[in-house]
Write a protein that binds this ligand. Structure first.
Ligand code: MG
Length: 116
């Protein structure tokens, strides 16, 4: 995550003295609520795979989710790049390319796949 972007989000918070309200529980709730708003963009849509006409709303709600993620990481003293890299490593172990390539199965259901 770009440090300048993180600093901008934290500066926005600090200018308003909102850090006092940003405990991990309420930030986790906020992430979930904003993720639900992102999902709402697709509610009752018959064309879920097409989103060209929804991009403005998607940009806004995705940014809300990411802003709260930055605030949550800060509140918990976590480095976003570090935790993302750790998770990618764990996922790579759960989903080895030779088994997961082209498969949408959960890691517990993966067979011994073969890459063509
Ligand atoms: Mg929102």
């Amino acid at each position: 995550m770009n440090q300048e972007t993180i600093n901008q989000v934290l500066h926005f918070r600090d200018e308003r003295n909102w850090k006092q309200f940003h405990n991990p529980k309420d930030l986790a709730i906020s992430i979930s609520l904003e993720a639900a708003e992102l999902l709402e963009v697709f509610q009752w849509s018959a064309e879920d795979v097409r989103c060209e006409d929804k991009m403005d709303k998607i940009r806004e709600e995705l940014a809300d989710v990411l802003n709260y993620c930055i605030l949550m990481a800060d509140a918990c003293g976590l480095d976003m790049d570090e935790i993302i890299r750790e998770k990618v490593k764990k996922n790579a172990e759960k989903y080895p390319v030779e088994k997961a390539y082209g498969s949408k199965e959960k890691y517990t259901e993966l067979k011994n796949g073969i890459i063509d």
